[in-house]
Design a protein around this ligand. Structure first.
Ligand SMILES: *[C@@H]1O[C@H](CO)[C@@H](O)[C@H](O)[C@H]1NC(C)=O
Ligand SMILES: *[C@@H]1O[C@H](CO)[C@@H](O)[C@H](O)[C@H]1NC(C)=O
Ligand SMILES: *[C@@H]1O[C@H](CO)[C@@H](O)[C@H](O)[C@H]1NC(C)=O
Length: 621
C-alpha cells in the first residue's frame, strides 16, 4: 500500500566520509564548500532517499540526518503499528472496544460492524478516538437535560421511527447536505434529536474547571456491567414527545463585545500561558518570548505533536497571530455544555464533530471534482501553489499583520522577503526563522528572495478589506499584495506543493488535497472529524501556524541549487496520503463514522445510558 525506499546507502556513506574529512579541514569555508564537496547530491531525478543534510554549524561539521528524516521514519512506524491493529471479526472488534473505551459497545454495534465491513472499512478502533474525545464531557450531563436541550434547539435533525425531518433554517444549504448523509443510515438509527451549529465559527467554550469535572464523571461512570443486566433497546422518543413539550433551551451567547481571547481563556488550564498572558498585539521587531513557543512543540524546529501545536492555551502568541483569535467574522459563544454538532472546532471548543458538509457534497469549488486528482508526480512542477481570499477573520488596518493567510502569502513572496535585511530583520507582517537553526542555505547565501520567486506562486483573489473598500483594493494592504487570477482546483494539481491554511474556520479543500496526487502542507488550529485517522509526516506535511518552519520544509523537499532534494520523500507522502484517504476518508467512511457516533450519542441521551450495551457476543459464548 505504500512505497518502501530501497537506498543505495553504501555509496553515500563513502561520499559522506570524504565530505566530513574535507569539512573538518576547511571549516571556515563551509558554506561555500557545500557544492564542491557534495557532487553526488545534484540529482534532480529524485533519488533523494539517501541524502542526509548537514547541520549548519561551523563547530560541528558532521553529517547528521535531517530532522525531517526522523519525523518521517517515526510517522511510518506509527502508521505500520496502526495497520497492525486491524480486526476482521466482531469478537475482536468488541474486545478492542472494551479495552480502549472501558465500556461495552452500544446496542446495534453488531449491525454497525456488518455495515462497516460491507463497505470495506479499515477496522481499527483508534480511528474512532475523536468520537470519544468529543462525547466524554456529556457523561457529566443528565440524559433528560440533554434531550431537552437537543429537542428545542434550531436547526436540528429529528430522527423518529427510522426517518428524519428537520426544524429551523431551511436557508442554509448544508443542513440539507447533512440530512442527505444521515438519510443513508437512518434505517439503523434509534430516535434522537441532532442539534446543529448554523455558523462557520465554533460555539461552545466551557470553563476548564467544569470540563475537568465532566470528564471525571465520564471516568467514574466507566464500567463493564454484568451482561445479564444489559439492556439492548434505546428509548423510543415518540412517547416522550407526546407527554409534554419541554421548556426551550436558551443558553446565553456572548458576542463580539469582548476580545475573543477574553471569551476563550477560561477554557485553558489555570497554569497555561493562554489563561494568564496577554499579547493583544505582536511587535515583530521585538517579539515577546511567547513568540518562540513554537519550538517547545518542535525540538527539531519542525512539528512533532500536531495536536498540541494547535492548542491556543499553550500558544498564547496565537492571540496576535491567528485571525480566529484576533477578530473572528462572527462570535457567538456559550459557556455551558449542551449537545451541538459541527464540522470543525478549536481545541478549546466542546462541539461534537461530524464531517463538514463540503466533504460530503460534490461542489467542485472544494472538491475540484472528486475524479480530478491530478497527474503523475513526475509531471508536476516543483512549485508551491496557493490561491485564496484574505479571510481568517475581519482584517483591519491595525490588525491585518497578525493574520495567517497574509503571513503565508508574504513569507513566500520573494519580493516581499527582499524588503527585509535577512534572518534577524522582521517583515511588516512576519519574522523569518533563524537561517542557521534551520539550515536555510538560500538565506545564508543571501538568495532567499530568488529561491522563493523561483519556487512559489501564491496570491489573493480578494483582500477582504474591513471596512469594505472598492472591490479590488484595500488601502492598507495594497502595497504588499496584488490580486491574482483564480485557478480551478483541478488545475492546481499541476503543482507539487499545496499549502493549506485556515480561513474563517477550517479549510474546506483539505480532503480534496489529501485525495490528490499533490502534497498538502497543512497548518491549522482547527480540529476535524478525521484527526484520529491522519498521521502527520506520513499522510501530509504538518506546518506550524507561525510558519517559522516553512523555508526549512521547502528546502528539505526541493533542495537548493539542485542539491539535497528529497523529492522522493515528497512523492511518497503525497501518494501515501492519497491511498490512505481513499481507504479512510471515503464517503463510506463518513457514513460509518457518523453511524457509530450517533449510536453513542443516542446512548448518552437515554435514561438507561449505564445499562444500554451490546453484549450479544458475550452471551453466545
Ligand atoms: C413511531 O412509531 C410509534 C409506535 O409504532 C407510533 O406510536 C408513533 O406515532 C410513530 N411516530 C412517528 C413520528 O411516526
Ligand atoms: C518554552 O520553552 C522555553 C524555554 O525553551 C520556556 O522558557 C517557556 O516557558 C516554554 N513555554 C511553554 C509555554 O512551555
Ligand atoms: C509581492 O510583494 C510585493 C512587494 O510587497 C508586492 O508588490 C506584490 O504585489 C506581492 N505579490 C503578490 C502576488 O501579492
Amino acid at each position: 500500500m505504500y512505497f518502501l525506499l530501497k537506498s543505495p546507502r553504501r555509496r553515500y556513506f563513502i561520499f559522506f566520509l570524504s565530505a566530513i574529512l574535507l569539512l573538518a579541514v576547511i571549516d571556515r569555508l563551509y558554506f561555500s564548500a557545500i557544492p564542491v564537496v557534495r557532487p553526488l547530491d545534484g540529482d534532480s531525478t529524485g533519488r533523494g532517499g539517501t541524502e542526509r543534510s548537514q547541520q549548519h554549524s561551523n563547530d560541528h561539521p558532521e553529517a547528521v540526518p535531517h530532522p525531517i528524516d526522523g519525523l518521517i521514519d517515526h510517522a511510518q512506524q506509527e502508521w505500520d503499528q496502526l495497520l497492525s491493529k486491524q480486526v476482521r471479526h466482531l469478537a475482536d472488534a468488541t474486545a478492542e472496544y472494551r479495552r480502549r473505551r472501558g465500556r461495552h459497545p452500544p446496542p446495534g454495534f453488531d449491525q454497525w460492524f456488518t455495515f462497516a465491513q460491507q463497505k470495506d472499512a479499515v477496522m481499527v478502533e483508534d480511528l474512532f478516538d475523536q468520537i470519544y474525545d468529543d462525547l466524554s464531557p456529556y457523561w457529566g450531563l443528565d440524559p433528560k437535560e440533554m434531550r431537552r436541550q437537543a429537542s428545542t434547539w434550531e436547526p436540528r435533525i429529528i430522527l423518529r421511527n427510522n426517518s428524519q425531518t428537520s426544524v429551523g433554517r431551511p436557508d442554509i444549504g448544508w443542513l440539507e447536505v447533512w440530512m442527505d448523509l444521515i438519510s443513508t443510515i437512518e434505517e439503523f438509527l434509534p430516535d434522537m434529536d441532532i442539534p446543529l451549529n448554523a455558523m462557520d465559527e465554533s460555539r461552545i467554550i466551557i470553563p476548564w474547571e467544569s470540563l475537568s469535572e465532566y470528564r471525571d464523571k465520564d471516568r467514574a461512570h466507566r464500567q463493564m456491567i454484568e451482561p445479564s443486566n444489559a439492556v439492548d433497546q434505546y428509548m423510543a422518543l415518540s412517547a416522550v414527545d407526546e407527554q409534554h413539550s419541554p421548556e426551550p433551551w436558551t443558553p446565553v451567547f456572548e458576542g463580539a463585545n469582548r476580545p475573543f481571547w477574553e471569551i476563550m481563556r477560561g477554557a485553558c488550564p489555570p497554569e497555561s500561558p493562554g489563561r494568564t498572558s496577554n499579547i493583544p498585539h505582536m511587535d515583530f521587531a521585538n517579539p515577546p518570548p511567547e513568540f518562540f513557543n513554537y519550538r517547545n512543540f518542535s525540538k527539531t524546529g519542525y512539528v512533532e505533536d500536531f495536536e498540541r501545536s494547535k492548542d491556543p492555551c499553550w500558544r498564547a502568541e496565537l492571540q496576535a497571530l491567528h485571525g480566529s483569535f484576533i477578530e473572528p467574522t462572527s462570535t457567538s459563544t456559550a459557556h455551558e455544555l449542551f449537545p451541538l454538532f459541527g464540522g470543525s472546532k478549536l481545541t478549546v471548543n466542546n462541539e461534537i464533530l461530524i464531517p463538514p458538509a463540503v466533504y460530503w457534497t460534490d461542489n467542485p469549488q472544494y472538491s475540484g471534482g472528486w475524479n480530478n486528482k491530478g497527474g503523475p508526480w513526475a509531471d508536476k512542477s516543483d512549485t508551491v501553489f496557493w490561491r485564496g481570499i484574505a479571510s481568517g477573520g475581519r482584517n483591519r488596518a491595525d490588525t491585518w499583520t497578525g493574520y495567517q493567510r497574509h503571513r503565508l502569502v508574504s513569507m513566500l513572496n520573494g519580493t516581499e522577503v527582499a524588503t527585509t535585511k535577512g534572518s534577524s530583520s522582521p517583515g511588516v507582517n512576519f519574522r523569518q526563522p533563524d537561517y542557521q537553526y534551520y539550515n536555510v542555505w538560500a538565506g545564508l547565501d543571501g538568495r532567499l528572495p530568488e529561491f522563493l520567486n523561483e519556487h512559489c506562486d501564491l496570491g489573493f483573489l480578494d483582500l477582504c478589506c474591513f471596512p469594505l473598500e472598492d472591490g479590488t483594493h484595500c488601502s492598507y494592504t495594497d502595497a504588499h499584495f496584488k490580486l491574482v487570477n483564480p485557478m480551478a482546483m483541478k488545475e492546481q494539481y499541476a503543482y507539487k506543493y499545496l499549502p493549506d491554511v485556515d480561513g474563517n474556520s477550517f479549510s474546506g479543500r483539505y480532503r480534496a488535497f489529501l485525495l490528490s496526487t499533490s502534497l498538502p502542507i497543512k497548518a491549522t488550529v482547527y480540529k476535524e472529524w478525521h484527526d484520529s485517522r491522519l498521521i502527520p509526516w506520513a499522510h501530509f506535511v504538518p506546518m506550524d501556524s507561525l510558519y517559522m518552519d516553512i523555508y526549512g520544509i521547502l528546502q528539505y523537499f526541493m533542495g537548493y541549487k539542485g542539491r539535497n532534494r528529497h523529492d522522493q520523500q515528497a512523492e511518497r507522502i503525497a501518494m501515501n496520503g492519497k491511498h490512505w484517504a481513499e481507504k479512510v476518508l471515503r464517503k463510506e467512511d463518513m457514513q460509518i463514522y457518523v453511524y457509530r457516533l450517533l449510536l453513542e450519542y443516542a446512548r448518552l441521551c437515554d435514561d438507561r445510558r449505564d445499562s444500554l450495551a451490546f453484549v450479544g457476543d458475550l452471551q453466545t459464548k
